[in-house]
Design a binder for this molecule. Sequence first.
Ligand SMILES: Cc1cc2nc3c(=O)[nH]c(=O)nc-3n(C[C@H](O)[C@H](O)[C@H](O)COP(=O)(O)O)c2cc1C
Length: 192
Amino acid sequence: VILEGILTTTNLDGGPHVAPMGAIVDDAPCFDRLVLRPFQNTITLANLKRSGQAVFHVTDDVELLARAAVARLETLPAVEPAAAVEGFVLSDACRWFALRVRRLDDREPRAEIEADIVDRGRIRDFFGLNRAKHAVVEAAILATRIALAPIGEIRAEFVRLAPLVEKTGGAKERAAFEFLRQFLDQYTPEKP
Ligand SMILES: Cc1cc2nc3c(=O)[nH]c(=O)nc-3n(C[C@H](O)[C@H](O)[C@H](O)COP(=O)(O)O)c2cc1C
């Protein structure tokens, strides 16, 4: 199964880079390895190639996920240094997994990176299933595909997702969805 989360990697300057990323994991309660598939042009892949270390987070903070997805983090989230790897743990994550790259294959447009979990931790409970949060996750993925998919299709999906956010979300989900909607608007040819 694919577990959607947020990956922190270490930039050349030693600071944290934050990006949502799907991880392929075993459908078991406790997995000890995962596979990441970053695209060739991502900072995430460059950082992973250089350092071979990262931290994967399970989180319900969809506002952070939305902003990081389109690289519009005005301020970096609070982080703490990871102990087992050179990297950063998001202070407000639910669970985290410190990773060491075991195998990296970057011959395809999407690299395939197998990583061992060398340390893990729990910070707080996961909120639970919420349709608005999931709608924001879908909208964030669509926003990252803005240059690849027809804009009309992306807009139609946003129209479909909007009522879920309105009906089942709170302030954070609404803010995250609104942020993504504005990102989309700014991207149209009419309003460059
Ligand atoms: C839920 C979610 C999952 C994502 N999974 C991936 C992924 O597996 N691989 C990838 O390259 N980008 C993925 N993205 C898009 C990246 O987060 C986005 O392109 C980001 O800017 C990464 O690029 P960067 O490392 O250059 O910042 C995902 C986005 C979201 C919202």
